[in-house]
Design a protein around this ligand. Structure first.
Ligand SMILES: [Zn+2]
Length: 313
């Protein structure tokens, strides 16, 4: 997965080992044209989210992640946050549920500091690591630990074909791996994983769109032929999840200016301080990456019809 993971580095600057290995962060585009402002004004209010459970996942790449599962008030899907960094904490998960909530209950749902080990009895203090949580006695809210912003963030929409079925029609799997690689290297970051398959149209409709693409349509035309929007995704859940994790300023990994507007939210509750370009591996001249006529067309349509900030190869 996160191929080429190295030890934690505080900086994204290229190393002597790989000068062009990682695109440098940039200032985000201004996004204050009348059209951009209109897009922002049309965003719905942010949904409510609640983190239900969190667990440590050791990965095959020598780094640990904390997987957070969220419920929300606009759909029944289990959206996720893949968190790199033990000290990024969900407000809704850690909030005390009654003054006498048993520590075992808190540890079971993942609201613990440090690491679990056999025999541990206190969710709020890890004596081995010297970590202790402090709460507001009235509200039960977690106190302290000011956010260390901006944090690397990637908003990833589920893509069964690209992540699991080895599809070379898109580069979703590659981008997901790249986000994990960079966050593993920084030791800090969040991938919000939204359950909106096929740009929001669902897997069945996406498969129909693939057949229309084989019949000559591009990715936008295929969706429109099926009477779906070119891109039916929404990102309000991602904004709410980032805020729940205390991340008000982020370095967003994206080429998509509309995604920046959408993720910032209707009142710019989250701010994209930097943009980290996502350059396809096959375009970097370092070997590897997806090579297919389908992915070429997919990327070309993103650039020509969807305004992605990527220099066409
Ligand atoms: Zn995909």
């Amino acid at each position: 997965m996160f191929d080429g993971l190295t030890t934690v580095s505080p900086s994204l600057r290229p190393t002597s080992r790989g000068g062009s290995e990682t695109p440098l962060p940039q200032l985000p585009p201004a996004l204050n044209s009348p059209e951009d402002c209109q897009k922002r004004a049309q965003l719905p209010p942010l949904p409510q989210v609640e983190c239900i459970a969190r667990a440590r996942i050791p990965t095959t790449n020598d780094t640990e992640i904390y997987l957070h599962l969220y419920a929300n008030d606009i759909d029944q899907k289990e959206h996720l946050a893949i968190v790199f960094g033990e000290n990024i904490r969900s407000k809704t998960l850690f909030r005390q549920r009654g003054a006498n909530e048993p520590s075992q209950d808190r540890m079971t749902r993942g609201a613990y500091v440090g690491k679990l080990y056999p025999g541990r009895t206190d969710a709020n203090e890890d004596t081995k690591m010297g970590l202790k949580l402090v709460f507001d006695e009235t509200t039960g809210e977690l106190l302290g630990e000011p956010a260390c912003d901006p944090t690397l963030a990637r908003i990833h929409s589920e893509c069964y074909t690209g992540e699991t079925a080895w599809s070379a029609r898109c580069d979703c799997g590659e981008q997901f791996d790249e986000a994990g690689r960079l966050m593993g290297r920084e030791g800090r970051g969040v991938i919000v994983y939204l359950r909106q398959e096929g740009r929001g149209i669902g897997l069945g409709e996406k498969l129909k769109a693939y057949n229309l693409q084989d019949l000559g349509a591009d990715t936008v035309q295929a969706n429109l032929l099926l009477r779906h929007p070119a891109d039916g995704r929404s990102f309000g859940l991602a904004t709410s999840i980032l805020l729940d994790l205390g991340l008000e300023e982020i370095k967003l990994m994206t080429n998509n200016p509309d995604k920046i507007i959408a993720v910032e939210g209707n009142e710019r509750q989250v701010r994209v301080i930097e943009r980290v370009p996502m350059v396809p591996l096959a375009w970097r001249g370092l070997g590897g990456g997806i090579k297919s006529k389908e992915v070429d067309g997919y990327l070309r349509t993103k650039i020509e019809k969807m305004g992605h900030m990527l220099d066409q190869k």
